[in-house]
Design a protein around this ligand. Structure first.
Ligand SMILES: C[S@@+](CC[C@H](N)C(=O)[O-])C[C@H]1O[C@@H](n2cnc3c(N)ncnc32)[C@H](O)[C@@H]1O
Length: 276
């Protein structure tokens, strides 16, 4: 049984990661970061916290990428929180498309891409997929590859199908994938124009302007200081009167730039940038 990890030990780990690999986990919410480290120690059968520290001190980049994948929480599903997708389909997207010939969307922290496919399906059903430019990013390169591959477990498709129905999808979700080698292979034409790119919200700056940013269930793993920092990047990356959407358990209320946004839908966590 591994001893309880102390805050000072976590600090030595985040410092080491920053020095060796230039990834800064110092402002991740420490309770969940600690749980993930505990899990890694058990999963990889490290004899102690110090053994993990030693491994990180000597490992190569490939091993570190696997470590990143273990640290980050990648849980996702298609049409997650279906009522939000109804709001998107019935209000947000029609409003944006009424005012603009083309629109741009950024999925920040897209994980394995289910959110991106949900967006593409919704846009296709609104007959406007070709009017939208989508960028989908994540810090975890392995999960980003899964998003590119769009090959999902058939078991998960049951929940995805239920969500899709509750999100008022107009067809049947099985129109958008084929079963192959025990996987649901998504229709790649949905994401043919999507740019999947590695992007670290902690250390990288804004890379463009968007009409809609989705960053759902990502900042929940950051502390308040980091949330403030990332929200500044989102503010800078949004056109005026465009939308930022966070996860159902997240909020902008406490952030430093809350006064530059108004709440459009509190239930679905939809915000509009109203001030530069
Ligand atoms: C729980 S998933 C959320 C996926 C999807 N947005 C959803 O709501 O279902 C969180 C994602 O955030 C990513 N993430 C964590 N830290 C990040 C960072 N610093 N920069 C970019 N993405 C990050 C993780 O790799 C993970 O894929």
């Amino acid at each position: 049984m591994i001893q309880e990890i102390e805050i000072a030990q976590l600090r030595s780990l985040t410092d080491l990661i920053k020095t060796r690999f230039n990834y800064d986990f110092g402002n991740y919410a420490m309770s969940s970061f600690k749980r993930r480290i505990q899990r890694i120690i058990e999963l990889y059968k490290f004899s102690s916290f110090d053994a993990l520290l030693e491994k990180i001190n000597t490992c190569d980049k490939k091993y570190f990428q696997d470590f990143i994948s273990e640290i980050t929480v990648n849980v996702t599903e298609m049409f997650r929180d279906p009522s939000f997708w109804v709001e998107l389909r019935e209000n947000i997207l029609p409003n944006l498309l009424m005012d603009n010939q083309t629109i741009s969307i950024w999925h920040a922290g897209c994980s394995s891409g289910e959110e991106v496919y949900s967006m593409a399906i919704t846009l296709k059903e609104l007959d406007c997929l070709d009017k939208v430019r989508i960028v989908a990013s994540d810090v975890d390169m392995a999960i980003l590859q899964k998003a590119r591959d769009g090959a999902y477990s058939l078991k998960n498709m049951e929940l995805n199908a239920k969500n899709y129905e509750r999100a008022k999808g107009t067809l049947s979700i099985d129109k958008y994938y084929k079963e192959q080698n025990g996987k649901a292979m998504m229709d790649k034409s949905l994401v043919k124009d999507v740019i999947f790119r590695e992007h670290n919200l902690v250390s990288e700056v804004s890379f463009g302007k968007f009409d809609l940013i989705l960053c759902r269930n990502v900042m929940i793993y950051f502390n308040q200081a980091l949330q403030n920092q990332v929200l500044k990047v989102f503010h800078e990356s949004l056109f005026k009167n465009s939308y930022l959407i966070v996860g159902s358990k997240e909020s902008l209320i406490w952030c430093e730039i809350a006064n530059k946004f108004t709440i459009v839908n509190n239930e679905e966590k939809v915000y509009k940038k109203t001030k530069d």
